[in-house]
Write a protein that binds this ligand. Structure first.
Ligand SMILES: Nc1ncnc2c1ncn2[C@@H]1O[C@H](COP(=O)(O)OP(=O)(O)OP(=O)(O)O)[C@@H](O)[C@H]1O
Length: 475
């Protein structure tokens, strides 16, 4: 017998204001929440920073029972659980870092069959354990399992980036408890990935509501800057950043506004992504020696140092304006005033690029996404892929990398259009001079011609085996 949804008529606007302290819904949030409360399966694809979390958190508060949220991101789980608890909502997480006592407390809560916890965040790996499954069955038998929310749902598909085999086992929910509705959410799904997610999770065609919104982020200004191994692109970047500081200082109105808000002129918050830990350290040190408050962040640092860096960056502390990070940083980070995201080298995938660039401008204000691209980096990326011992979904990863390279080499269409086309959108997104193609096509073509090594030069270097050296420490 399906779970009773008698609470669904509760005023969702009231819950939004009372529990989440938000004044209104963003476009489509209400529609998604209503469909979830109706007991339908829901697939949500929406841009980075759209506000996807609210789409499962709010129904979890209104509905009777517990919502299990499956997420691959440990830091995001912790952040969301803390935020929910601060708002007075019973939430918890079971993952490999959960202290023993807390894990026992949560498992015992489940074992009652009538848990007090409203949102339980778990990793897909935990979901596959017998211990958790047994307790979830108990809850289900008591008709207290309200919903399963699968965040970052693209990880289910071998065609998605960040594919995680344990995500596939989430099918267990539909097979074991077919009456429990599932909502899955992602910012990055191509049509193929979307279909995979629906099939693998066993979402029911009849009750499935699909929301695919544009991936477009109008306030993000995309730009590719060309470089080659022969030249150091650091001075150009530093000049740009100092220029931003200078413009803020020289604009009397802006300066007064900053002073009024007790903000620093040089607090231009940003993230620079590098592929290697060693680059993280050296680039942050170089920036510091040039007066920029930059800090490294990568998986090799002590947890205490990472936590302090993150916390001081989020608080806009002096000396913590720019984070130089490997991809270990950023997913799920919700700092609103990130004014720029830079990719120091070509990232591994198109989706990864979009997600990382999406950390910028979450307050809706104009922000810059710079990608530094060289043909040497391109060849190194291919090289790494061909040597990767993990051969799972290789074809998909190659396809994604190729698309990213095409994006970088492209001087023919708007960057926003390239992104939306990649994700299978038909509509052309609005771009109000928010990419280098729209801003100055001639300059873009010239920069590419001047900035990149010719194909001939690169192929000679490749034959000499130059691209294989010195790239250990990949994070
Ligand atoms: N209706 C709303 N009104 C105001 N703020 C909102 C609303 N909905 C969500 N937000 C805020 O928007 C921010 C982004 O939300 P969230 O982290 O859920 O984004 P997301 O869609 O998961 O993005 P990403 O995929 O980039 O992680 C959060 O700070 C959240 O509090």
């Amino acid at each position: 017998m399906p779970l009773s949804r008698s609470n669904s008529c509760v005023d969702i606007d009231f819950t939004l204001r009372r529990k989440f302290k938000k004044t209104s819904f963003r476009p489509f949030q209400r529609e998604i929440i209503v469909e979830a409360l109706e007991g339908n399966d829901v697939f949500v694809q929406a841009a980075t920073s759209f506000g996807k979390s609210l789409c499962f958190q709010l129904p979890a508060i209104i509905d009777h029972g517990i919502t299990v949220v499956v997420s691959p991101l440990l830091s995001l789980m912790t952040d969301q659980v803390n935020a929910l608890r601060t708002a007075g909502i019973e939430a918890g997480t079971i993952n490999r870092n959960t202290p023993f006592d807390e894990r026992q407390r949560l498992l015992q809560d489940l074992a009652t069959g009538h848990p007090l916890t409203r949102l339980l965040y778990v990793t897909p790996e935990q979901c596959a354990t017998e211990t958790l499954r047994r307790q979830l069955k108990v809850v289900h038998e008591q008709r207290e399992l309200a919903r399963i929310a699968v965040d970052e749902a693209h990880c289910i598909s071998e065609w998605g980036h960040d594919f995680r085999p344990s995500f596939k086992q989430l099918r267990w929910f539909r097979e074991t408890m077919p009456d429990v509705p599932i909502i899955c959410l992602t910012a990055t799904a191509t049509p193929q990935v979307r279909q995979d997610v629906i099939t693998i999770l066993g979402l029911s065609e009849a009750n499935l509501k699909v929301f695919t919104m544009t991936t477009s982020r109008k306030n993000l200004h995309y730009e590719v800057r060309f470089k080659c191994d022969e030249e150091d692109h650091y001075p150009g970047f530093l000049m740009w950043l100092k220029g931003v500081h200078k413009r803020r200082a020289e604009n009397a109105g802006r300066r007064a506004e900053l002073e009024r808000n007790k903000e620093r002129i040089d607090n231009v918050s940003g993230i620079i992504y590098t592929l290697f830990r060693s680059d993280c350290e050296s680039l942050a040190a170089r920036l510091r020696s040039d007066g920029i408050g930059a800090r490294p962040y990568h998986a090799g640092l002590h947890n205490n140092e990472k936590n302090e860096t993150l916390q001081r960056w989020v608080s806009n502390d002096k000396g913590y304006d720019v984070i130089v990070a490997t991809t270990a940083f950023g997913m799920g980070i919700d700092k609103e005033n990130v004014r720029f995201v830079v990719h120091w080298q070509l990232p591994k995938s198109f989706e990864g690029y979009y997600q990382e660039a999406g950390r910028a401008g979450r307050d809706g204000k104009a922000s810059l996404c710079i990608m530094y691209y060289s043909r040497e980096d391109r060849d190194r990326a291919y090289n790494r892929l061909s040597k990767d011992r993990d051969t799972s979904n290789l074809e998909a990863r190659l396809h994604s990398l190729q698309a990213l390279i095409k994006y970088c080499e492209n001087t023919d269409i708007c960057r926003h259009k390239v992104i939306s086309e990649y994700f299978g959108e038909k509509e052309v997104p609005e771009c109000d001079y928010a990419c280098d193609w729209h801003k100055n096509l001639k300059a873009l073509k010239r920069a590419k011609e001047m900035g990149l090594q010719s194909e001939d030069w690169v192929s000679t270097q490749r034959e000499m085996g130059r691209f294989d050296n010195g790239y250990d420490g990949y994070d």
